[in-house]
Ligand binder design. Structure first.
Ligand SMILES: Cc1cc2nc3c(=O)[nH]c(=O)nc-3n(C[C@H](O)[C@H](O)[C@H](O)COP(=O)(O)OP(=O)(O)OC[C@H]3O[C@@H](n4cnc5c(N)ncnc54)[C@H](O)[C@@H]3O)c2cc1C
Length: 381
């Protein structure tokens, strides 16, 4: 039964996990309402490229009936790879010959494909969830910031790292990983920053050493997106004044003082304000007891550091598999949730472990050699 205030399935969060779930439910004739705190679909820039993996992100798009639309938006050349040391010596270079298994798409394009695939009014923007509580017998009540109270037979927390739904299932909270990012953008790079554009190349770029580095990517709009990454105290970023971009650039430049001038140019030439970001992760192997009428998807379930490049891929396969499980168990939500969580927990644990290992592979005093060894081991697998 659906009324204005009661919904059989209520999904909190219109990120990749929540949108994929809503889409897979829709193709199976089931409807969900998705709540998101954003004012509309376009308030938050999505930025960044995602490479979608065959067995997770792409598998989810197949289940959602959207794989062809994805293929049409793949970024040609985006699977190219360069790995440099702090002296800007190129130690590994791979071209994108179009045969790799990890095609790249702009996050905004991917989100647009999912948004357009849903019936109108599926997503309720401007709906910030401030609390959720169990009503018994698997039903839940959700309160929004404007005081609206909604009830549901199935509550799905797809609300990311700082999930408001997660406390119904677990006491775990994300912990700082030890890595701090300052994000930089260099716009219209071929024209305005040709040396930086040439340095970074057509796809993914790592310049590493001394427990820090530059992780960068060429975007589809011709800009360069650069994560300046350091092992730092959790409070270090809060000591920088991000209202003063020149001061932030100067501090960053100091941290890379003995690095090649070509790499430091990425800091000096950045356009717009640098953006701080702390990298957090939930404990590896985060799980919960089956609790009637509620579950988690994506980062809400298994936030991990981005160094295995799997978070969005997992978010999408979680959404697809939960949608399939619900469609396969009509009238038996608990059976569907058990099937979903049985696959979710080991998959998340394995990938969270890989992400934590990748962090150590990237940030160490022998870098970039361990990363090069890792890519070489993939090539021989
Ligand atoms: C720097 C960086 C680089 C990354 N690179 C990659 C990569 O290369 N490959 C990859 O696979 N993954 C990558 N990831 C991880 C990936 O971005 C996430 O794992 C993925 O976006 C998680 O999707 P989600 O739907 O679970 O959560 P989110 O995308 O966080 O979506 C959550 C949604 O919930 C909404 N919300 C939150 N709280 C509330 C509330 N109280 N009420 C209502 N709505 C709410 C938010 O507005 C948001 O729309 C990266 C992450 C970072 C930080």
């Amino acid at each position: 039964m659906t009324t204005d205030t009661h919904h059989p399935v209520l999904v909190v969060g219109a990120g990749l996990s929540g949108l994929t779930l809503a889409r897979v439910l829709h193709v199976n004739g089931l409807e969900a309402v998705v709540l998101d705190l954003e004012a509309n679909a376009y308030t938050r820039p999505q930025g960044g490229m995602l490479d979608l993996h065959e067995e997770t992100g792409q598998a989810a798009l197949r289940v959602a009936g959207l794989h062809e639309q994805f293929r049409a938006k793949v970024h040609p050349g985006g699977q190219a790879l360069r790995v440099l040391d702090k002296h800007a010596r190129v130690l590994l270079e791979e071209a994108d010959d179009g045969t790799g298994g990890r095609p790249e798409i702009d996050r905004g394009d991917l989100r647009e494909i999912l948004l357009r695939s849903l019936p109108e009014n599926t997503i309720r923007w401007n709906s910030k969830v401030t609390g959720a509580r169990a009503l018994g017998a698997g039903r839940h009540e959700v309160t929004l910031a404007d005081g609206t109270v909604l009830t549901t037979d199935l509550l799905v927390g797809a609300d990311g790292a700082w999930s408001r739904v997660r406390p119904l299932l677990s006491t775990a909270t994300p912990e700082y990983s030890g890595i701090s990012f300052v994000e930089l953008d260099l716009l219209d790079a071929d024209t305005r920053h040709p040396e930086c554009a040439e340095l970074i190349g057509g796809g993914m770029f790592f310049a590493l050493g001394d427990d820090k580095g530059f992780l960068a990517h060429r975007e589809t709009d011709g800009s360069l997106h650069v994560y300046t990454a350091l092992r730092a105290d959790e409070h270090w970023l809060s000591t920088l004044d991000f209202t003063d971009p020149d001061a932030v650039r100067a501090t960053l430049s100091e941290r890379f003082a003995d690095w090649a001038p070509g790499l430091r140019r990425l800091i000096a030439e950045c356009d717009g304000p640098p953006v701080p970001r702390l990298v957090h992760a939930l404990p590896i192997g985060h799980e919960w007891q089956r609790t009637p009428g509620v579950t988690l998807l994506g980062d809400a379930a298994h936030l991990m550091s981005p160094f295995a490049g799997e978070g969005a891929n997992l978010a999408m396969i979680d959404g697809a598999e939960l949608g399939q499980a619900l469609a396969a168990h009509p009238g038996d939500t608990e059976a569907a949730l058990s099937v979903y969580e049985k696959a979710l927990f080991p998959r998340s644990e394995e990938t969270a472990r890989q992400s934590a290992e990748s962090l150590e592979t990237i940030f160490n005093d022998r870098a970039p050699q361990p990363l090069i060894d890792m890519f070489a081991s993939f090539a021989t697998d």
